[in-house]
Design a protein around this ligand. Structure first.
Ligand SMILES: Nc1ncnc2c1ncn2[C@@H]1O[C@H](COP(=O)(O)OP(=O)(O)OP(=O)(O)O)[C@@H](O)[C@H]1O
Ligand SMILES: [Mg+2]
Length: 234
C-alpha cells in the first residue's frame, strides 16, 4: 500500500532521515520504534507532505506522492494522529470530530461518527464539552477519533500512548486492534516498544535517521539489540 524508497529529509543542515526504505502492506499493522530524535515523527511528516523529501520516493497505492500537497495526500486516504494530542481546544468535541471529516464529500460521515462514538463512549458523553477542558487521555481519544473521521485507508499514529496511565495505554492498544479489524491499515510509532511489537505484524527500528533492523514483531521482540536498548532487559 505504502512504499518508501531511500528517503532523505533535512532540517536546514540536519540530515534527519539518511535514506530510509520501508513498506506498509495493506491491512497490516506496521510499527516504527526508535529512541528520541531517531526520525520517527519526521518519517510520518514526510509521508503527509509536511516536510519535504530531499531525495527518494514515497508511493501510495501505486501513485507517487513524494511531492504532493498535504490536502491531496489526505484526500487519497492517509491521515495522521500527530504527536502530542493536537486538538482544537476552543472547539467542542463534536466540532473537532467534524473537522476531521472536512475533506470528505461522501455521505459516510454520520456512520463514522457513530463508529467513533462506539469506540470511545467517553467522547459521546462529552460531545458538547470544549476539547481544551478534556483530560489528557480524553484528548488523545479525540485526536484518534478525529483522524478516523477522515475515513483513512492508512492511519498513522505518532505515540498515541504517550503520557497515559497503564490502564489507558492498554485501552488505546485494544482500540488500535479494533480499528485494524475494521479494515484499516496502520503505521504506528511507539516508545512503548514491547506493546507495539506484540501488536504489529512487522516492525522497523530507526536509529539516527537510518533503519538498522526490521522483522516481524515476534522476531524483533527476541533480538538481543532490541531487548537491551528498547525493552530494558539484560
Ligand atoms: N523543525 C525542526 N527543525 C530542526 N530540526 C528538527 C526539526 N524537527 C525535528 N528535528 C530534528 O530531527 C531529528 C529527528 O526528529 P524527530 O522528531 O523525527 O524524532 P523522533 O524519532 O520522532 O523523536 P521522539 O521520540 O523524541 O519524538 C532530531 O534530531 C530533531 O532534533
Ligand atoms: Mg517524535
Amino acid at each position: 500500500m505504502l512504499n518508501i524508497a531511500d528517503l532523505h529529509v533535512y532540517y536546514g543542515g540536519i540530515h534527519a532521515l539518511e535514506g530510509i526504505s520501508l513498506e506498509v502492506p495493506a491491512n497490516k499493522i506496521i510499527t516504527l520504534i526508535g529512541a528520541n530524535g531517531a526520525g520517527k515523527s519526521t518519517t510520518l511528516r514526510a509521508i503527509c507532505g509536511l516536510v519535504k523529501a530531499a531525495a527518494g520516493s514515497i508511493t501510495f497505492q501505486g501513485e507517487d506522492i513524494t511531492r504532493a500537497p498535504t490536502t491531496q495526500i489526505v484526500q487519497k486516504g492517509i491521515t495522521m494522529v500527530p504527536e502530542g494530542r493536537r486538538v482544537f481546544p476552543d472547539l467542542t468535541v463534536l466540532e473537532n470530530l467534524y473537522l476531521g471529516a472536512y475533506t470528505r464529500k461522501n455521505s459516510g460521515v454520520k456512520r463514522d461518527l457513530d463508529w467513533v462514538f462506539s469506540l470511545f463512549p467517553r467522547l459521546k458523553e462529552r460531545k458538547g464539552q470544549l476539547a481544551g477542558t478534556l483530560s489528557g487521555g480524553e484528548q488523545q481519544m479525540l485526536a484518534v477519533g478525529r483522524a478516523l473521521m477522515a475515513n483513512p485507508t492508512l492511519l498513522m499514529m505518532d505515540e498515541p500512548s504517550l503520557g497515559l496511565a497503564p490502564l489507558l495505554v492498554q485501552e488505546i492498544f485494544n482500540i488500535i486492534k479494533e480499528i485494524h479489524s475494521e479494515g484499516k491499515t496502520i503505521l504506528l510509532i511507539e516508545q512503548n516498544a514491547r506493546a507495539a511489537l506484540q501488536l504489529a505484524d512487522y516492525g522497523y527500528v530507526l536509529e539516527t535517521g537510518r533503519i538498522v533492523l526490521s522483522g516481524t514483531g515476534k522476531e524483533l521482540l527476541v533480538r538481543d539489540e532490541v531487548r537491551k536498548v528498547y525493552l530494558g532487559e539484560e
